[in-house]
Design a protein around this ligand. Structure first.
Ligand SMILES: Nc1ncnc2c1ncn2[C@@H]1O[C@H](COP(=O)(O)OP(=O)(O)OP(=O)(O)O)[C@@H](O)[C@H]1O
Ligand SMILES: [Mg+2]
Length: 236
């Protein structure tokens, strides 16, 4: 049995828009196990990004609590929350968010430098991550010299290089064609198995469901269903 990594307890997020309150998440509770491979699905505006941001400590809930390995994020101050993100979480974004002046190698090295590691001590690790995502030939290129699929591979390697317990990916395949999307999902699944990092991603994409072991559907900020598939890939 996997241990619980994340617990959401009655989490709500209410935004103040002018004079009105807008409820983006409404009383969401769930537990996510170590090593999970799951997605948040649902229509635009249903709260997927909001939920990822709360789990990632990028934002705080209006009510309710988020726990990571039993520790409440609500009890952490700003700098503790920043350390929580830096040490435990790899983020992958729809638009890749690579540093344009840095090479593939430097983009992947960057989170380790932020965590106080010396380049000479981690060079091999960075190079092996580059190889894992199939970019050895492109290691010295800058993001503008890469395709979208290659950029997302860099982002995956950057998210994994610090060996995080959790990867949060907000629509990681939204800017990719269907062949690249499937390759990226396959890579994420492979690395999830190998590195044991839990992966939670949001998606609109129906094609991804065959890789997913658990799918949580959001509608109007509420969980409308939570489907688990035991066993690995089930063809859809
Ligand atoms: N900072 C904010 N202020 C006010 N309302 C917000 C803010 N951020 C998000 N919202 C609203 O909260 C709701 C949920 O937004 P969210 O971005 O989580 O949706 P989503 O499911 O990720 O949608 P998409 O699939 O389009 O990315 C939306 O109606 C959005 O307009
Ligand atoms: Mg979103």
């Amino acid at each position: 049995m996997n241990e619980t990594l994340i617990t959401l307890e009655r989490v709500s997020k209410v935004y103040r828009v002018g004079e009105e309150n807008f409820t983006a998440l409404n009383d969401v509770s769930m537990a996510v196990g170590e090593g999970a491979f799951m997605s948040f699905v649902g229509p635009s505006g249903s709260g997927k990004t909001t939920l990822l941001n709360l789990i990632g400590g990028l934002d705080r809930p209006t009510t309710g609590e988020v726990f990571f390995n039993g520790a409440s994020l609500g009890n952490m101050g700003r700098s503790q929350l920043a350390a929580y993100r830096r040490e435990n979480i790899g983020f992958i974004f729809q638009t890749f968010n690579l540093l344009p002046v840095y090479s593939v190698y430097e983009n992947i090295l960057f989170p380790l430098i932020l965590n106080g590691r010396k380049e000479s001590c981690v060079r091999e690790r960075v190079e092996s991550m580059v190889a894992k995502v199939g970019l050895t030939e492109h290691i010295s290129k800058k993001p503008a010299q890469l395709s979208g699929g290659q950029c997302q591979r860099v982002a995956i390697a950057r998210a994994l290089v610090k060996d995080p317990l959790l990867i949060l990916a907000d629509e990681p395949t939204a800017n990719l064609d269907s062949e690249n999307s499937l390759q990226i999902l396959e890579l994420m699944r492979e690395l999830n198995r190998e590195y044991k990092a839990a992966v939670i991603f949001s998606t609109h994409d129906e094609k991804v469901t065959r890789y997913i072991r658990r799918e949580v559907r959001l509608e109007d900020g509420k969980v409308s269903w939570d489907k688990r598939r035991d066993g690995a890939e089930i063809e859809t």
